[in-house]
Write a protein that binds this ligand. Structure first.
Ligand code: ZN
Length: 325
């Protein structure tokens, strides 16, 4: 079967389309035929050797966001089920897993980064990582749930998002941004976005600002910064007294300075958030079943067009790049 694999030392030039053996199914594992794989900053950075995690094995199949069909019966999933992969590896036995925070498992990691992922035709995976998707959720939305939607939902929960609050989302047109906007609107928040794209208003954003044109006096209960260093100072300055800044990405850099006096005199909370839990994912499916969600898709590519997909990703900022397997 066909797989897109990064060969050492990485980089797009070392991404090759290889014919590999179909995976063998061990006890407790499920064989899944991949239908769609989402292409995120995670995959782009991984291919280019810029991730904060250790990548293994090599040659490596990236792809941490997949939708597929189950090919063999398990305990809770059956042949023919439409599934997405909960992309955290976790042992299920540590105190964090047992308290429902498997995204923080001591023995955990990211599926598709610290294991092979979904830019291939078939995968085998532990049944506990599969989540069934109802037919009412279309493919493009389903494949965007494990990273885009789940990351946004978990971050909003951590920031205690609730009706009547205001939220400012940096990068509102990005994969997490458009879901943060839609989920916030459903939760009853007033949503503002920092984006050059006026179309984000179609996703629940009341008003957009250009980065350097957010009125100084405007502050928000929650500020979402998934973009890292370059937006840190601005994002902190727009948190209301008693409000919070939630962070889950480092696209423009990992380092930031902080004015401690501002932090405590204004009682600002800085919240780190990473991915989400299986329980979040189940809640999110219910929210998506009963509310109209949309996801902008810039273009779909076939697996053997992966390099064209990467070139398109580098220039496109108007929607998702998806890979049809
Ligand atoms: Zn654990």
């Amino acid at each position: 079967m066909l797989a897109a694999r990064i060969h050492s030392p990485g980089g797009v030039d070392n991404l090759k389309l290889d014919q590999i053996e179909e995976p063998e199914v061990s006890d407790g594992e499920i064989l899944v035929k991949i239908k769609l794989t989402g292409f995120n900053p995670l995959e782009y950075n991984l291919i280019n050797g810029n991730v904060v995690y250790s990548v293994k094995p090599f040659p490596h199949i990236p792809g941490s966001e997949v939708l597929g069909e189950v090919l063999n019966d398990g305990i809770n999933v059956r042949k023919g089920d439409r599934v997405i992969v909960f992309n955290r590896i976790f042992d299920g036995n540590c105190d964090l897993c047992l308290s429902g925070r498997e995204n923080l498992c001591y023995n955990g990691g990211l599926w598709g980064v610290e294991t092979n992922g979904g830019l291939t035709e078939k995968i085998t995976i532990d049944e506990k990582n599969l989540v069934k998707i109802p037919d009412s959720i279309p493919d493009e939305l389903a494949v965007s749930m494990p990273i885009g939607a789940l990351t946004a939902y978990h971050a909003l929960k951590k920031a205690n998002a609730s009706a009547g609050k205001t939220i400012l989302i940096y990068g509102a047109s990005g994969n997490t941004g458009i879901f943060a906007a839609q989920i916030s609107r459903i939760m009853g928040l007033r949503v503002y976005g920092v984006s050059r794209k006026s179309w984000v208003k179609d996703y629940g954003v009341l008003k957009t600002f250009l980065m350097d044109q957010i009125p100084e006096s405007m502050t928000f209960d929650i500020v979402v910064n998934s973009l890292g260093s370059n937006f840190w100072e601005s994002s902190i300055s727009h948190v209301k007294q008693g409000g919070s800044l939630v962070s889950f990405g480092v696209l423009t850099g990992k380092e930031a300075k902080i004015n401690i006096a501002t932090l405590y005199t204004r009682e600002i909370q800085i919240i780190g958030s990473t991915g989400g839990t299986r329980s979040d994912l189940i809640e999110l499916i219910k929210i998506m079943e009963t509310n109209q969600f949309r996801v902008p898709v810039a273009k779909k590519f076939k697996l053997d067009q992966i390099k064209e997909a990467i070139s398109c990703y580098e220039t496109t900022r108007d929607g998702r790049i998806l890979i049809e397997i």
